[in-house]
Design a binder for this molecule. Structure first.
Ligand code: SAH
Ligand code: SF4
Ligand code: F3S
Length: 472
């Protein structure tokens, strides 16, 4: 979700399945290899690190070649129909590998597992394990059951599980930036959305375990954390005695205080819940990045009401004005759904005019995709023809591309603080890193500078998605 300064049609197109390869430092080894691939949002990628941690602890090592794996896990997404289709296509490739290696165990994890439950075993014969997002601690048992010759399903959702005590193993490749899950589930019931059904009730993780995880990351050389939740603004944790209660602004402050050297990002903010207190906290700490992902979904109040977003156009604009007032220069990105049930041409125009009002830095833009079982699927009709959805989406994308360009051009000539992430993908002579506003910056390698350093870069030019400059 954060990994792009490019305007893309689909989150999950930007994040095709990605394999996770990790070192096993537990000293245990059962001689079996795990291959794990993730789809969907950052929460899923973060969950895969928890799953990897559980599996490494039972003695697995990982591989990035699924053909040689003893266990294949695919961590799935249900957000739109094409996200599910992509997983089904991938399973066909795993089926070929399983013919060659019949004792291979294939497990489906995540949101699609939760949505389809045992039905998955009927629909996809190669699948041995179906496990939902709250049942990962049970994976070693489920694997044992499969070893004993049965199929295994655990899709129980929990009101408590936050995996707070599990130290996620990190991708070994970057070592600079990490995702930290601060809550799970969602209670919002936006009418189009499958997440409340696949992820269950909202629950917040112990604030102390979050701060400890961030401190540990810092001590291990990490310089950037992104706090993750479906709606971070409704984070609320209290201790058992009820003597301590922490809201999101307070959590943000505690995390920012771990070290001024650690940059703090977060996602996703909800327009109905983001408070001035959060904005003031962002303004107060230099190391909290000035970037907010504030999904609007639609610029029209009637559609927002049908979507059950619980804010209207004016409220959203008010929140944008508060951001501009309290944190001047803050970057803002959004999610837009076009072609929602009964959306008229005039209502679509209001989404476009909202985009003009905000001038988003980035946007993730989607055609409405009806999801079985959601309130919209039950009560509304998915009545906008695909050609119309497509045309509206193109208009939205074109507008966003123009806005992204304007926003990048506003950075030209400015000196920015960039956290060096590594060599640029295109050239070993360039470094890449992000500025405070989350834009990718490319600049020539200079001796003595290494990934994890903060540097000042003067921006000289830009492409459609990247700033290019030189170190000062
Ligand atoms: N919790 C976040 C969003 C999580 S899903 C929030 O409330 O903003 C990410 C994005 O996927 C959503 O913001 C929405 O724009 C899009 N999305 C969700 N359900 C969808 C559907 N049925 N069809 C198309 N896009 C959808
Ligand atoms: Fe889905 Fe709405 Fe929850 Fe976001 S806030 S996960 S869109 S129900
Ligand atoms: Fe997809 Fe589940 Fe995330 S549906 S977007 S992986 S919460």
């Amino acid at each position: 979700m954060f990994n792009t300064g490019i305007t893309v049609k689909e989150h999950d197109e930007a994040r095709q399945g990605e394999a996770l390869v990790l070192e096993n430092q537990t000293g245990k080894n059962n001689g079996r290899k795990l291959y794990i691939e993730s789809y969907g949002c950052q929460m899923n990628f973060s969950d895969s690190e928890i799953v990897a941690s559980i599996m490494l602890d039972t003695g697995f090592t990982t591989t990035n070649a699924y053909q040689e794996a003893d266990v294949i896990f695919i961590n799935t997404c249900s957000i739109r129909e094409n996200a599910e289709q992509r997983v089904r296509n991938r399973l066909k490739e795993f089926a070929v590998a399983k013919v060659r290696k019949p004792d291979m165990v294939v497990g489906v994890l995540g949101c699609m597992a939760e949505r389809l439950k045992a039905k998955f075993l009927e629909e996809e014969k190669l699948v041995d394990i179906v496990v939902g997002p709250d049942a990962y601690r049970d994976l070693p048992n489920l694997i044992e059951r499969v070893d004993d010759g049965s199929k295994a399903v655990n899709v129980l959702l929990s009101r408590e599980e936050t995996y707070a005590d599990i130290n996620p193993v990190r991708l070994t490749s970057n070592g600079i930036s990490a995702f930290v899950s601060i809550m799970r589930g969602c209670d919002n019931m936006c009418s189009f959305c499958v997440v409340p059904f696949t992820r269950g009730r909202e629950r917040s993780r112990d604030a102390h375990s979050i701060v400890k995880e961030v401190s540990d990351l810092y001590n291990n050389g990490y310089k950037e954390v992104t706090l993750l939740g479906q709606n971070v603004d409704s984070y609320k944790w209290s201790n058992e005695e009820g003597t301590e209660s922490v809201n999101f602004a307070q959590l943000l402050e505690r995390v920012a205080l771990v070290s001024p050297e650690v940059r703090v990002r977060f996602s996703t903010s909800h327009p109905k819940d983001i408070t001035d207190e959060v904005l003031h906290t962002m303004g107060k700490y230099e190391n909290i990045c000035k970037y907010i992902h504030l999904p609007v979904q639609s610029g029209n109040s009637r559609i927002l009401d049908l979507m059950n977003r619980t804010y209207d156009r004016e409220w959203y604009m008010g929140r944008i004005e508060a951001i501009r007032r309290i944190i001047p220069g803050c970057a803002i990105s959004t999610d837009v759904i076009t072609g929602f049930c009964s959306e008229t041409e005039e209502e679509h125009q209001e989404t476009l005019s909202m985009m003009d009002f905000v001038q988003y830095d980035y946007a993730y833009m989607f055609m409405y995709s009806e999801r079985p079982g959601t309130p919209a699927a039950k009560k509304l009709t998915d009545d906008i023809p695909t050609e119309v959805k497509n045309r509206r989406l193109t208009e939205i994308i074109n507008k966003q591309q123009a806005h992204s360009k304007i926003r990048l051009e506003q950075q030209l000539g400015k000196v920015q603080k960039v956290l060096v992430e590594g060599l640029s993908k295109k050239s070993d002579l360039d470094f890449c890193g992000r500025n405070d506003q989350n834009a990718m910056v490319i600049f020539p390698v200079i001796e003595g500078v290494k990934p994890g350093d903060y540097v000042s870069v003067r921006v000289e030019r830009c492409t459609s998605a990247t700033l290019i400059g030189k170190m000062e």
